[in-house]
Ligand binder design. Structure first.
Ligand code: AMP
Length: 206
């Protein structure tokens, strides 16, 4: 089974993708995380993509395809894509190379997304995601899993978030429309608890 999870930044798609990946034994392919890992390790790719990410721009497709193909080639039991495709060119690439069974859209108004993004934190060590509104750590500022320090992502600042939301409405919205036309799109209201959203997703997948 190959799935896509889509939605505006802050809609909770990373959290849901992780739950889906665990329940259905699918590889969670998160392009943004792969870039951040490269930036942290100061690889050549990381140095080349950093400026785009810092500004909230989409990274050029050629960098994205390498990461995508590599990750999919390692997925033995199917995958869930998180953060891809984000424009019509990426959609064409995906349609030509891979089969997708279902696309789940987590629907959320911009105002709520912005509030949630400002509450996002992740662990400097193991990278686990938290949210101070709906997915708090047990001890403030400390990762439940590894005890690492929790920080805000550099691109979660106001100006970059505004640019990322704009990109979503300009470019990714067209991908969503295409999947609607193809009859593969399932929409879930993302203004619910993590559990409620997950239960709806499980019904869709099953
Ligand atoms: P995310 O963690 O999904 O919010 O992604 C963080 C940043 O990585 C985005 O703002 C883009 O700069 C870049 N990025 C992630 N996925 C893609 C993609 N499919 N195409 C182009 N850039 C991407």
């Amino acid at each position: 089974m190959n799935l896509i999870i889509m939605g505006i930044q802050g809609c909770g798609k990373g959290t849901q993708a992780a739950l889906i990946s665990e329940k259905y034994d699918l590889d969670h392919i998160n392009i943004g995380n792969a870039f951040r890992k490269n930036i942290a390790q100061k690889t050549k790719l990381g140095q080349e993509v950093k400026a785009y990410i810092d500004k909230g721009e989409l990274v050029p497709d050629s960098y994205v395809y390498g990461i995508l193909d590599d990750a999919i080639s390692q997925a033995e039991n199917g995958f869930i894509l998180d953060g891809f495709p984000r424009n019509l060119e990426q959609l064409d690439y995906l349609l030509q190379k891979y089969t997708i069974d279902k696309v789940i859209l987590l629907d959320l108004p911009d105002e709520i997304a912005i509030r949630r993004i400002s509450a996002r934190r992740n662990c400097v060590k193991c990278k686990k995601d938290y949210n101070l509104i709906y997915n708090k750590p047990k001890v403030e500022g400390i990762c439940d899993v590894c005890g690492g320090r929790l920080v805000q992502r550099e691109d979660d600042n106001e100006a970059t978030v505004a640019r990322r939301l704009q990109k979503f409405h300009q470019e990714t919205a067209k991908v969503i429309e295409k999947y609607r036309e193809l009859g593969l799109l399932y929409t879930v209201d993302a203004d619910q608890t993590v559990d409620e959203i997950f239960q709806e997703i499980v019904k869709i997948i099953s």
